[in-house]
Design a protein around this ligand. Sequence first.
Ligand code: AMP
Length: 399
Amino acid sequence: MCAKSNIQTYNFKDKKVLVRVDYNVPLNDEFQIQDTKRIDASLPTLRKILDDGGSIILLSHLGRPQNREYQFSLKHLVPYLKNVMEKVNVYFSPECIGEQARKYAKDFKQGEILLLENVRFYPEEEKGDIDFAKELASYGDVFVHEAFSTAHRNHATTAVLPRLFTNDKMFGFLMQKEIDSLSRIMKNPRRPLTAVLGGSKVSGKIKVINNLMTKVDNILIGGGMSFSFIKAIGGKIGMSLYEEDMLPIAKDVLEKAKELNVNIYSSSDTIAADKFSNDARREIYKSTEIPDDMAGMDIGLETCSLYRDILLKSATILWNGPMGVFEMDNFSNGTFAIADAIVKATEKGAFSLIGGGDTVSAINKFHLGNKYNYVSTAGGAMLEYCEGKELPGIQAIEE
Ligand code: AMP
């Protein structure tokens, strides 16, 4: 029988530990790291293993290389890792598998780190190749999954390799926290539970909406996707973004929400513009009465105030997707108002989880990034979790 272990209580003494991390960090033209957050977030797990007396083999992807492209080599990360791990020896193997990698994996010692080259330099990774996984498994005694952002992928190092370990496998601190935070939303949340959903398109989030509807008390919709809902009920949306093929689906969602007793809100007022530009002419309209030559760019003040009231009464909050074109200062007010309301709700004791690349950029733009209970950078994996899917990377550890 298989049982996962717990990183908190596991003793890594004398173990060689394969750690799958997400070091997919942005690099500049000189291959310097532009944002080290992803590496920094894995350090508690690395330190625990080394403090116990173990050694670490790091596995990661970087970018989407077609073949061995120098710009995607993990070698560029070595100076930073050496710097941040201070007195620890950090080695780099230009191969993941094969004779050279095997030799590195055999020779490096307790208390040291070995970083293997980008796993996506091998087509076997994305194919979920069992032999590739078996070779990697032979290098270590324990597997630690610390890459939640890859958990929705059926790749060799994310979902196949962990299955080759029976009991000596576990989530790292970061991945455990991410799963715990998401389960606070999806399993027995404190109520009322409110989901705020925004962004450009309904199509990208329809599965999330359908699944969340069976769990939440309120859904607050904003951003470009709200206009498919407004048009579906006969509103005039002018030049606003919408998806023709989503109209019947949006209508179904509204009907299903009624049956399930879920309050689903769409913006009642909209800030619209005569062109897609920060210096466009701006006017505020009822969201169902936008003139033909104007496009909705942000939620209006009345909507901000209603959404704020609902958020301040919520005990659990999930937010994914901006309320407007927040990248342009003149249309960022609605997204800021929601970001701020969730901060206030969190200060009052609500549990808040923010996720998705654009939403995280927005809260960072407003300097509010550290004011929520959990901020998830794992866009795809988080959305699939919220769709109610079993993620292969989680299953491979838990089964
Ligand atoms: P998504 O990737 O679907 O989460 O969408 C994020 C993008 O939606 C951001 O770049 C926003 O600028 C954009 N967005 C939000 N509201 C609107 C809107 N009303 N019209 C056009 N784009 C929008």
